[in-house]
Design a protein around this ligand. Structure first.
Ligand code: AP5
Length: 248
C-alpha cells in the first residue's frame, strides 16, 4: 500500500455520478490517501462566488437554479488548475467532466501530458436516497467536512467535529433545485457513463453502501490499477440495471 501511495495515482481519476452520490465524500478520502489534489469544480465555483469575482457573479445564478455552468468557463478554469505542478502525481476529479465537450477536452489535456486514459469510478445510488442525502447535507464552513443530519450528524448540532466551524446548508440543496440538478445530470452528464464504458475505463461502484465500505471498494479498484483500466464492461443487462437505479 505504501508503495502505491508514494507514486500517487499517476493518472486522472474521475468520480462520476449524480448529485449526492458521494463523490465529494469519497474524493476527500482518496485524495488524502494518495496525497494528490482533489479537484472539485463545484468547490472552485463556490469559492469564486464567495469571493464575488466576475466569474463567480456569472456562475451564481446558474448554480442557484441547478443548471450547468457553460463549458467554456468550466474548461478554462480546469485547464488552468490541472496545469499546476501539484497535479504531477495524478489527481481526483469530482464533478468534472459533466458534458461530452468537457470529456473530450479532458482527453486532449491528458494526451498532451502523455497520460493514458482516465480511470472513471461511477457511483450508483437510488434517486430517493439522493434527495435525502442532499436535503440532509451540511458542510463545515471552515474545513469543508461533509455531514448529514440524518445519517452522519455532527456531535454538536450545527458545529464541525474537527474544528468547531459552523455547518452550512448549500443554497442548491433545496428540494426544488435538487430536481433541476438531477434533470441536468440525466440529460447532460449521464451520457458520459456510456462514453467511458464504451472505452472500457469505467467501473461501477455501489454507492448505497456505508461511506467506509465505499471507500474500501474504491481503494481496491485503484490498487488494481492497470487491471481496472482494462476490466471488461459488465453484461449489457447488468450495466443497464446499475445505470437505471438512480433514476427510480
Ligand atoms: P457540485 O458541487 O459538483 O455538485 P454535485 O455534482 O451536484 O454533487 P454534490 O456535491 O451535490 O454531491 P456529491 O456526490 O459530492 O455528494 P457528497 O459526497 O457531498 O456542483 C454544484 C454546481 O456547480 C452544479 O450544479 C453546476 O451548476 C456547477 N458545476 C460544477 N461543476 C460543473 C461542471 N463541470 N460543469 C458545469 N457546471 C458545473 O454527499 C452528499 C450527502 O450524502 C452528504 O450529506 C454525505 O454525508 C452523504 N453521503 C455520502 N456518501 C454516503 C454514503 N455512502 N451513505 C450515506 N450517506 C452518504
Amino acid at each position: 500500500m505504501a508503495d502505491a501511495r508514494a507514486g500517487g495515482l499517476g493518472r486522472a481519476v474521475i468520480f462520476l455520478g449524480p448529485p449526492g452520490a458521494g463523490k465529494g465524500t469519497q474524493a476527500k478520502q482518496i485524495a488524502k490517501h494518495y496525497s494528490v489534489p482533489h479537484l472539485s469544480t463545484g468547490d472552485m465555483f463556490r469559492e469564486l462566488v464567495a469571493q464575488d469575482t466576475p466569474l463567480g457573479k456569472r456562475a451564481k445564478p446558474i448554480m442557484d437554479r441547478g443548471d450547468l455552468v457553460p463549458d467554456d468557463i468550466v474548461l478554462e478554469m480546469v485547464a488552468e488548475r490541472v496545469s499546476r505542478p501539484d497535479t504531477a502525481r495524478g489527481f481526483v476529479l469530482d464533478g468534472f467532466p459533466r458534458t461530452l465537450p468537457q470529456a473530450e477536452k479532458l482527453d486532449e489535456i491528458l494526451q498532451a501530458r502523455s497520460w493514458g486514459q482516465p480511470l472513471v469510478v461511477h457511483f450508483v445510488v437510488d434517486a430517493a436516497q439522493l434527495v435525502r442525502r442532499l436535503t440532509g447535507r451540511r458542510i463545515c464552513s471552515v474545513g469543508g467536512e461533509i455531514y448529514n443530519i440524518y445519517d452522519q450528524p455532527p456531535k454538536v448540532e450545527g458545529r464541525c467535529d474537527n474544528d468547531g466551524g459552523q455547518l452550512i446548508h448549500r443554497a442548491d440543496d433545496r428540494e426544488e433545485v435538487i430536481v433541476e440538478r438531477l434533470a441536468a445530470y440525466r440529460e447532460q452528464t449521464r451520457p458520459l457513463v456510456d462514453y467511458y464504458r464504451s472505452q472500457g475505463v469505467l467501473v461501477d461502484v455501489d454507492g448505497m453502501q456505508p461511506p467506509a465500505a465505499v471507500t474500501a471498494k474504491v481503494l481496491e479498484i485503484l490498487e488494481r490499477g492497470q487491471k481496472a483500466h482494462s476490466s471488461p464492461a459488465p453484461s449489457p443487462a447488468a450495466a443497464n440495471q446499475m445505470s437505471q437505479r438512480y433514476e427510480r
